[in-house]
Design a protein around this ligand. Structure first.
Ligand code: ZN
Length: 393
């Protein structure tokens, strides 16, 4: 009724703004009837249409649907209102604005019209996923626009313990069972604790064995967990039975067996009458506990500045059982850690009398143990945070 009335009035007396007329009535009139005089006026009309489009989709999204069927109905009604073949707002804008536009306006109207139609199609396509279902909620509740706080929340997948941490804990458990305590120390360490106190003076060629990352001339990122030995001896004195798990840093080029940051477990036993037999017995027990009863151990001489005598512990290859394979380079043996009797100088630096006490120590790489245990051939995998790798543990 009012449309007819307006049409009669405006055709005889064109008004520019038509401020009071709703947009669904404006699309029933031609641009001439609406009194359009500039491109700006046309733009304003299309802007009003797009605002209406936004308002209507927003109110549907806020309202939500109580069932799949209701959501389908809502989407269908909305689609008909905008894209209905005859009475849809787009069809009417096409009929009354675009087709009826004179040659002066046709290009501009066409441009705005195409933009709007694309917008409408986008909204219609997105609507089914944007209108949320109020599943299992009473109608009285669903009528409100507030969220339902009784619905269960989203559960995030729980991760698992990193393989390096798993192996470190396994090693810790074995030594805790033997009466050892866990000690820790700083990763940013002084040159004194990292080298000097461990019998590696500046002139000592062994210092070149560690590609050290220095913070300044007196401070570095510890190249091994051994400085904790000195700190623990200073703190607790003798007798002392500790392991020190933790991170160490070296300026190595990353490859399949080297990483700039890696983990070590250091072990130290200091007491009266400690001999190499104690070292052998303890490490033999540890190796069987960790790798299984079937493995054999073998000690061979080696050199470290902080132990005297020094040795390497090798175990019979866990992959071939000692027959020889690619992992053990056909030798049947794999070296797993360095060890030895604590050098008297080191005990002295820790404030312990080497005439009264003796001790043994070892150091092992946790990543290397994890690689042997799980047959992993690249140390880099531990630090790449690749979920496909990590979820296997
Ligand atoms: Zn082998």
């Amino acid at each position: 009724m009012s449309a007819v009335h307006n049409k009669a009035r405006t055709s005889s007396n064109p008004e520019r703004a038509h401020t009071g007329t709703p947009i669904h009535e404006k699309v029933l009139k031609t641009l001439a009837e609406l009194g359009v005089r500039s491109v700006g006026d046309i733009q304003q009309l299309f802007y009003e249409l797009s605002q209406t489009l936004n308002d209507e989709t927003n109110s549907l999204v806020i309202k939500g649907a109580q069932s799949e069927a209701e959501r389908e109905r809502m989407c269908k009604t909305f689609r008909n209102r905008w894209l209905g073949r005859k009475s849809g707002l787009i069809a009417q804008a096409d009929e009354n604005w675009l087709k009826a536009a004179g040659t002066d306006w046709r290009r501009d109207v066409g441009r705005f019209f195409n933009d709007l139609r694309a917008l409408v199609e986008g909204k219609i396509a997105a609507l089914p996923t944007e209108i949320r279902l109020h599943v299992g909620v009473g109608s009285a509740f669903a009528d409100t626009s507030s969220p339902d706080l009784t619905l269960p929340g989203f559960r995030r997948t729980l991760g698992s313990v990193h393989p390096v941490t798993q192996v470190m804990r396994e090693i810790e458990d074995i030594f805790l069972g033997l009466g050892f305590a866990i000690e820790s120390g700083p990763e940013i360490e002084s040159v004194y604790y990292n080298f000097d106190a461990l019998n590696i003076p500046e002139s000592h060629p062994a210092r070149d064995d560690w590609d050290t990352i220095y913070v300044n001339p007196e401070t570095l990122l510890r190249t091994h967990t051994s400085p904790v030995q000195i700190r623990a001896m200073e703190k607790h004195g003798a007798p002392l039975y500790i392991i020190c798990p933790g991170k160490a840093y070296r300026h190595d080029n990353p490859d399949s067996t080297h990483a700039t940051m890696f983990h070590q477990v250091e072990g130290l036993a200091v007491d009266t009458d400690i001999t190499f037999a104690d070292l052998k017995g303890t490490l033999d027990y540890f190796a069987r506990k960790f790798f299984g009863d079937k493995i054999k151990t073998n000690f061979s001489p080696s050199f470290f500045p902080f132990t005297e005598p020094s040795g390497e512990l090798a175990i019979s290859c866990v992959f071939c059982g000692g027959k020889g394979c690619r992992v053990c380079k056909e030798s049947g043996w794999v070296e797993v850690m360095g060890c030895g009797m604590v050098h008297p100088e080191v005990l002295r630096h820790g404030g312990i009398d080497p005439e009264r006490y003796s001790g043994w120590a070892f150091g092992l790489g946790v990543e290397r143990f994890a690689m042997m245990k799980y047959d992993i051939n690249d140390i880099q995998l531990f630090q790449q945070s690749d979920i496909r790798f990590l979820e296997q543990f």
